[in-house]
Design a protein around this ligand. Structure first.
Ligand code: NAD
Length: 354
């Protein structure tokens, strides 16, 4: 029997395919805009300059200062450029960090956003923004935050280093895994989640083998779009809470942390969400956490929090934070079990079903 559910959909126009960056100027025009401010990190500044040249008169300028975790002072610097250039839309070219800056500008100005997504983080299809001020990351949800247009051009992801592609893909999978057992899941989010994980399960080994394989790159972007859509539609649980804690309080790198924690959070929950997680067994075997660990190991993903810079002496504090402020999870949040999970993840042990 189909359970009762609510179904909200986040409207976004998706332009997908190799070479689709060439359609950027048309998309600016389609929004009724004439002066686009291009945003990148310093690392992707050259790509941003190429986009500015490509747009010609439709470009208002380039701000190449996006950084991880969307610090408010960077947003304020970018807001000055928005005002100086009289931009009437923003184009975020990059991963979650650059997209976060575009969202922060849109939240303050309601300017339309076009995202050219170049990682698998999935932020481009969510109405969620994590802003950091005075060392505190605050999550906001607002319709103004959701980008209007997303361009997925697999050619632009060929330059994403293999190691980053792997952890970014596992980060995307984490959205779908938690979406499957989300309290507010619905039949469509479940379809998207399973298909998103399947696509990434298939694509990532191909990318490791042949990083320039456009078919694998397209498959990974398709999967990350679906997984990101799930993140934007339903609530997350233990896995995201743990990663938020480790990133926010211990400054661990975002995608790598998701990659290390996912097998363990899955093992923690799998016996408590058997029916919801069952479709993943065809992809990772009977023991999902262990199967995902083996998959990550085969891709040479990081497997241990100790290798990401977390100190053993931080584990107690991390467990305290993660077990505080009760939140919904298929299995109750037990401090002792969370501490054990973190210990396993710190050591890089293959998880057992809890
Ligand atoms: P990122 O955006 O920080 O990118 C990592 C680095 O790779 C950057 O230097 C970037 O310029 C570079 N890069 C990106 N694409 C590239 C490409 N194709 N070729 C070469 N270099 C490339 O990393 P991320 O993992 O995409 O994003 C992480 C951030 O996104 C975190 O702050 C996280 O909180 C946020 N995020 C937010 C949401 C949301 O819904 N709000 C979802 C996921 C992630």
């Amino acid at each position: 029997m189909i359970d009762s559910f609510n179904y909200d959909i986040n409207p976004a126009r998706i332009v997908f395919g190799p070479g689709s960056l060439a359609r950027l100027a048309d998309e600016v025009q389609r929004l009724g805009c004439t002066r686009a401010l291009v945003l990148t990190t310093t690392f992707q500044k050259d790509a941003g300059q190429r986009v500015v040249r490509q747009l010609g008169a439709k470009a208002a300028g380039l701000f190449a200062g996006a950084v991880m975790h969307t610090p408010v002072d960077v947003t304020e610097a970018a807001m000055q450029v928005v005002a100086q250039t009289q931009a009437d839309c923003v184009i975020a070219y990059g991963g979650g960090s650059t997209i976060g800056l575009g969202k922060a500008i849109a939240l303050r100005t309601d300017l339309p956003q076009i995202v050219v997504a170049t990682t698998y983080a999935g932020s481009e299809v969510t109405p969620i923004l994590g802003e950091t001020q005075d060392g505190l990351k605050v999550t906001k949800r607002d319709v103004r935050i959701l980008p209007e247009v997303v361009i997925y051009d697999p050619e632009l992801t060929v330059s994403l280093p293999v190691a980053m592609s792997v952890v970014s893909g596992l980060n995307a999978m984490a959205h779908a895994v938690e979406g499957l057992y989300a309290k507010d899941r619905n039949p469509i989010s479940a379809l998207q989640a399973v298909e998103g994980v399947r696509a990434l399960r298939e694509a990532l080994p191909g990318i490791v083998e042949h990083p320039a394989d456009l078919a694998a790159r397209a498959q990974a972007l398709y999967g990350s779009w679906l997984c990101g859509t799930v993140l934007g539609t339903v609530g997350m649980a233990l896995h995201h809470k743990l990663c938020h804690t480790l990133g926010g309080s211990f400054d661990l790198p975002h995608a790598e942390t998701h990659a290390v924690i996912l097998p363990h959070s899955l093992a923690y929950n799998e016996a408590h969400a058997l029916a919801e997680l069952a479709p993943l067994k065809a992809l990772f075997g009977e023991n999902l956490g262990a199967g995902l660990y083996d998959f990550a190991a085969s891709l040479r993903a990081p497997l241990a929090l100790r290798d990401l810079g977390l100190k053993e002496s931080d584990l107690d504090k991390a467990a305290d934070i993660a077990a505080s402020n009760p939140y919904w999870n298929p299995r109750p949040i037990e401090r002792t079990a969370i501490r054990a999970l973190l210990e396993d993840a710190w050591q890089g042990r293959r998880p057992e079903i809890a």
